[in-house]
Design a protein around this ligand. Structure first.
Ligand code: SF4
Length: 655
């Protein structure tokens, strides 16, 4: 019997219309857990490096995580993996909501698509019955609208639907997959779904998931819930409001946007408005938010309520969470009211709320600079907000200049030429990053940002504070109940970290300490992404309920796999290195690990090189970021080393 996981994947060949239920190898679960870990293995086995994102043979994987659907709080992530049209590397984007647990209840751990459907279809998974159905009547419909129409058609409001909007149908590189209470937005996974001709995947399941030692597991889950309650009652003092609690940044609950609006950049990630926030703005924005926010909502089996149902009079309701509340507003130098309105249209279109506003602001900056001309914007209204609606429509429909912009700022700049590359200045690995420009380089943040492959804000934050506490008392206070640390040395790192002087950024934490901290942060991200646990309860916030000390017990009691901290670390190392190896085979090298030049005002090129050197060495990778043969063999990835040797990526065990 399989525990925690169902032990079956659905393999769907869209070209031939063939559906197969395939038993999976339990050995792979022991090696990689599930979710992102086993997705990487599937992609490695099936995707040679020359394969294009829009090839019929580029698989699109919807995976639950190993703990999804069990009573573990927040174990609800769907991990969507494919080759990203934007970065041309492995794209993996996560969504919360209810979809992954429902898939497990239907009896599957993953759905793996290959091929392309000649006509637009949706897939209906209802326990053992799986159908590929005509979706011609859903063509051009919004993502949220599509979900509603499918639920009506199948006469069951409890069906969970992951759908694309028009952006996905038109292969816009920043197309998202929307799922009612969440979305998989980064890295263009919605474009690949549209390219395959899949409008939506509807799931309903009524089966059980087996647990190896249910009483023990549920006891541990109750401890997690108790800890969440404790943390809710005792927010972390001395840090920004959004870092005090758990979950995604609680943007739907908070009204105070002083920090975001004054520190994040506006427009095309160039302008900081230090004097923007005042009492009048605060009052106005509070009223706006209170008016449109119908109620707060959670993902499956979670009490955190990070999202909200947004209902703007005159337009249909949608879900919003996190920083997308501000992205459109700030890109257009506009008001929160505008942000809530345009986000509704963008959600129905199904586009990434981080990249898309930046693409639009980039286009208008190019126009101001004379690189794009009036002819490119023929028919564009002159008012600020109207301009953004107009351009969003063009991008999603791939009309005129919108067709070029739909590929994101990196590829659009290459096509436009005439110096447009200078304006696509906020990218890393060809992808738009958070429009944040800071003063002094923070070595930990530099490494997370440079080397991360998730291209997501959560990859750069974690269980170690982002900045030092001003006083020794505050540091002691923070350390006293810091149970999450994998090793006591991290408390010393924090205790000695000063705001100014020798023991401050950028030279403190030291290079070696920074690498240690990053390794811890990454470890938690990779474990979460394999288990399907929300980062908001583990790898993202300070002092979360899940950590390296309780995860092994949770995994053991749920799955029956014999697991201790050392074993879990080894899986993390394997999964992290494997994903790196996959991207290395597709050409990723040290030269790509470059945060935008103006991300920090004060840069330290020599230190940055030292940080990368030390990080690679710590990981057992060579100086170009390529895992060595020895490292791969130690991690049971000898076949990856052999492949590297065959391709000349490593020679005689070296680089
Ligand atoms: S913490 Fe927030 S985002 Fe995470 S599962 Fe819970 S409600 Fe969803």
């Amino acid at each position: 019997m399989r525990y925690g996981e169902t032990g079956f994947n659905l393999e769907i060949d869209l070209t031939r219309g063939n559906v197969e239920r395939v038993e999976t190898d339990p050995k792979l679960t022991e090696l990689h857990l599930g979710g992102l870990g086993t997705n990487t293995k599937i992609l490695w086995d099936r995707v040679p490096p020359e394969r294009e994102p829009f090839s019929p043979d580029n698989p699109l994987i919807f995976s639950s995580g190993l703990l999804c659907g069990t009573p573990a709080t927040g174990a609800n992530r769907t991990i969507v993996s494919t080759i990203s049209p934007q970065t041309l590397l492995m794209g993996y984007s996560m969504m919360g909501g209810f979809w992954a647990p429902e898939l497990k209840y239907a009896g599957y751990d993953k759905v793996i698509f290959r091929g392309k459907s000649p006509d637009l279809v949706y897939v209906w998974i209802h326990n053992d019955k799986v159908e590929i159905r005509d979706a011609s009547h859903l063509k051009g419909k919004g993502a949220v609208e599509t979900a509603e129409l499918i639920k009506q058609e199948l006469k069951d409001p409890n069906i969970q639907v992951a759908a694309i909007g028009l952006a996905g149908e038109n292969r816009v590189y920043t197309a998202s997959i929307e799922q009612g209470r969440s979305s998989a937005s980064r890295l263009g996974v919605g474009a690949v779904m549209g390219d395959k001709g899949i409008k939506a995947i509807a799931v309903r399941g009524t089966k059980d998931i087996n647990l190896a030692r249910p009483a023990e597991f549920i006891g541990l889950c109750n401890d997690v819930l108790k800890y969440i309650k404790l943390r809710e009652e005792h927010p972390v003092p001395g840090v920004m409001t959004i870092l005090q609690g758990l979950g995604s940044p609680q943007e739907m609950k908070h009204f105070d946007e002083e920090w975001h609006t004054q520190n994040f950049m506006w427009g095309n990630a160039r302008t900081r408005r230090k004097d923007f926030w005042n009492k009048e703005v605060e009052q106005k924005w509070r009223e706006t938010q209170e008016t449109v926010r119908t109620r707060l909502i959670s993902c499956y089996n979670c009490p955190m309520k990070c999202g909200a149902i947004i209902s703007v009079p005159g337009i249909s309701t949608y879900m919003m969470k996190c920083f997308s509340k501000l992205t459109y507003t700030m890109a257009a130098y506009s008001d929160l009211d505008f942000g809530f309105k345009i986000a509704q249209r963008a959600t129905e279109y199904g586009v990434d709320g981080f990249s898309t506003p930046q693409i639009m602001a980039f286009a208008f900056e190019l126009k101001e600079a004379g690189i794009l001309t009036d002819a490119d914007f023929e028919g564009c209204p002159s008012d600020n907000e109207g301009k953004f609606y107009w351009l969003l429509d063009r991008i999603v429909r791939r009309e005129g200049i919108g067709d070029i912009l739909a590929d994101g700022t990196h590829w659009a700049a290459q096509k436009i030429g005439k110096g447009a590359e200078e304006y696509a200045h906020n990218n890393i690995k060809k992808h738009e990053q958070l429009p944040l420009k800071l003063g002094m380089l923070n070595p930990v943040y530099f490494l997370m940002y440079a080397t991360g492959e998730k291209i997501n804000i959560t990859q750069i934050e974690g269980q170690f504070p982002q900045s030092p506490f001003p006083t020794v008392e505050e540091r002691e206070d923070f350390c006293k109940d810091w149970i999450q640390v994998p090793d006591e040395k991290f408390k010393k790192y924090l205790m000695d970290w000063e705001m100014r002087g020798e023991r401050s950024n950028p030279y403190y934490p030291t290079v070696d300490m920074s690498v240690d901290i990053v390794d811890w942060q990454e470890m938690m991200h990779y474990i979460d992404d394999a288990l399907g646990v929300c980062a908001g309860l583990s790898s993202f916030p300070l002092k979360p309920p899940y950590h390296i000390h309780n995860y092994p017990h949770l995994i053991s009691s749920a799955t029956g796999i014999d697991m201790d901290e050392e074993g879990l670390r080894q899986i993390y190392k394997r999964n992290r290195t494997f994903l790196r190896a996959f991207n290395v085979r597709r050409g990723l090298r040290r030269a790509d690990e470059k945060p935008p030049e103006d991300h920090w005002k004060k840069r330290f090129p020599e230190l940055e090189e030292k940080l990368l050197d030390a990080y690679y060495k710590f990981k057992g990778w060579n100086n170009d970021g390529i895992p060595t043969k020895e490292t791969l063999q130690e991690l049971d990835l000898g076949y990856v080393a052999e492949d590297f040797e065959k391709r000349g990526i490593i020679k005689n065990g070296q680089d």
